[in-house]
Ligand binder design. Structure first.
Ligand SMILES: Nc1ncnc2c1ncn2[C@@H]1O[C@H](COP(=O)(O)OP(=O)(O)OP(=O)(O)O)[C@@H](O)[C@H]1O
Ligand SMILES: [Mg+2]
Length: 341
């Protein structure tokens, strides 16, 4: 984990050319080739540059920010948010690891990472104490993005962990022992509050809750927040809800804006000003093993995740966020509401 002093300045790599990793990482000796070596990588990079979002001096966090993407409600956009935010942060120049902690393995699929049952996975890390470095894979097409995949084995881990020593802190230990420099670790949790989610909450300081802009959006959140309090009280004093992200926002419906207003009243400053529109492109991307950032770099979904990532990066260092490119986002959200996307 990175814990060096704040490296001010852009998230871009100060050292040109491929980065050499330390020996014994089990991943690869070099980071993948620059993403503009591939057509989709080039397209994404162009979109980022066209919007002026790359190289605009986004600050890097002074230590690795471990963000737990959790909501025990199913289908609210946890996985979609994890992979697209991670790709956005990487496109902004950060080094990012996605930990897939859901036996469904949806984050691994969306990142184009092989996760059949023989692949070394996060199960081996949690249950067999295998080093994280032995399971992490670079994500194709996005430089600086890595994934610790989940296989179906993980479905049994919830039970197997019960009898293991330090069952709640096995992920935390694995992350602490991971020596690669990282700016962010995003953990995609399953839709439950069992031991897997508890492991994530012990490993991270920040909880990111995606909330779907639909009826009953806030239902069940009380239980999630109580769990956060319990883990903070007993296992991880640093844990707090740092970020709420409104997902699948549909500007055509009054319901969506009512839900958004209710969430903002309830949570206040934790809610990102950027919300994620409902977008067909976002839902199509995973079936191509891609994030929306490479699948359709200019789409409204891609632009909003880039903007959300920017907001998160700025908040992390206490810099006031000014919505930039609001026009572009507004236009693309309008496209959604007009049914163009
Ligand atoms: N902004 C969006 N626009 C359109 N579809 C979306 C959007 N966000 C997510 N989806 C779709 O909604 C479904 C649920 O999203 P996702 O898998 O990210 O939720 P989840 O919370 O991870 O689900 P689970 O609880 O099963 O892990 C997926 O089919 C996804 O493609
Ligand atoms: Mg999911």
């Amino acid at each position: 984990m990175r814990s060096d002093a704040n490296i001010a300045g852009p998230m871009t790599d100060p050292v040109p050319g491929p980065r050499t990793e330390s020996v014994g990482d089990g991943v690869s000796r070099e980071t993948p080739p620059p993403m503009d070596d591939t057509p989709i990588g080039r397209a994404a990079q162009l979109a980022v540059e066209a919007l002026g979002r790359a190289g605009e001096g986004l600050p890097r966090p002074d230590r690795t920010r471990v963000m737990v993407v959790a909501n025990q409600k199913g289908g609210v956009g946890k996985t979609t948010t994890t992979v697209n935010l991670a790709a956005s942060l990487a496109l902004h120049g950060a080094r990012v690891l996605v930990v897939d902690l859901d036996p469904q393995g949806n984050a691994s699929t969306a990142l184009g990472i092989d996760h059949h049952s023989d692949v070394p996975s996060i199960y081996d890390v949690l249950v067999e104490s295998r080093p994280l470095s032995e399971v992490v894979q670079p994500v194709p097409d996005v430089e600086g993005l890595f994934c610790a995949p989940a296989t179906i084995d993980l479905a049994g881990a919830e039970i197997e962990l019960v009898s293991l020593v330090a069952r709640e802190s096995r992920l935390q230990r694995a992350i602490q022992a991971y020596e690669q420099p990282l700016d962010y670790i995003l953990i995609d949790c399953p839709p439950s509050l069992g031991l897997l989610t508890v492991n994530a909450m012990v490993a991270g300081a920040e909880v990111l809750i995606p909330i779907q802009c639909e009826y009953y959006a806030l239902e069940g959140l009380g239980q999630l927040l109580r769990n956060v309090d319990l883990v903070r009280g007993h296992l991880n004093p640093d844990l707090h809800v740092s970020t709420i992200l409104l997902t699948m926002y549909d500007g055509r419906t009054r319901l969506a804006s009512q839900v958004a207003e209710e969430v903002r009243t309830h949570f206040g400053k934790e809610v990102l000003r950027t919300s994620i529109p409902r977008s067909v492109r976002i839902s199509e991307a995973p079936s191509y093993g891609q994030t929306v950032l490479t699948y359709d770099p200019g789409s409204s979904g891609s632009l909003s995740y880039l903007e959300a990532a920017r907001e998160i990066a700025l908040r992390g260092v206490g810099v006031h966020y000014e919505a930039q490119h609001a026009h572009a986002i507004q236009n693309s959200q309008q496209n959604v509401s007009e049914g163009i996307q």
